[in-house]
Design a protein around this ligand. Structure first.
Ligand SMILES: [Zn+2]
Length: 132
């Protein structure tokens, strides 16, 4: 296997193509390219992949932002009204800022589970026609 799980992990963390490490997976801020412009691997894997990445985004927003704000309010370190305002703003801003990473992380999780499906490892990737 050419591309190790460790390499897939680090490429995913830094929003790079899991197959070639290219950094052009996105057009603009939010649009994931259908294929990697560097290696041609299919990146847009279908609705299941979108929902998976949104689950990651939701989880990071809750566990990484809203829960700490709630704990700060509960501990009395910030006033309730400020906590509510911070929570409302964060509930909108954090998912937007984390969008790209959530798409990349979901691809990373898929190929960490099935690294032999990467084209660089002799697989065929996972195209739209494979989605059930
Ligand atoms: Zn690539």
């Amino acid at each position: 296997m050419t591309i190790s799980r460790k390499l897939i992990f680090w490429r995913g963390v830094f929003n790079r193509c899991p197959n070639c490490g290219g950094g052009r997976m996105f057009e603009g801020w939010v649009r994931l390219r259908r294929q990697c412009p560097d290696c041609g691997m299919v990146l847009e894997q279908g609705e299941g992949f979108f929902l998976g990445s949104m689950s990651i985004n939701y989880g990071v927003t809750i566990a990484g932002f809203l829960l700490p704000v709630l704990l700060l309010v509960a501990a009395g370190w910030i006033p309730v009204n400020a906590g509510i305002a911070l929570g409302l703003i964060g509930a909108i801003v954090v998912p937007v800022l984390f969008y790209r990473s959530s798409r990349s992380w979901w691809l990373m999780i898929y190929f960490l589970t099935l690294p032999h499906e990467l084209p660089a490892n002799g697989g065929e990737g996972r195209g739209q026609d494979d989605v059930v």
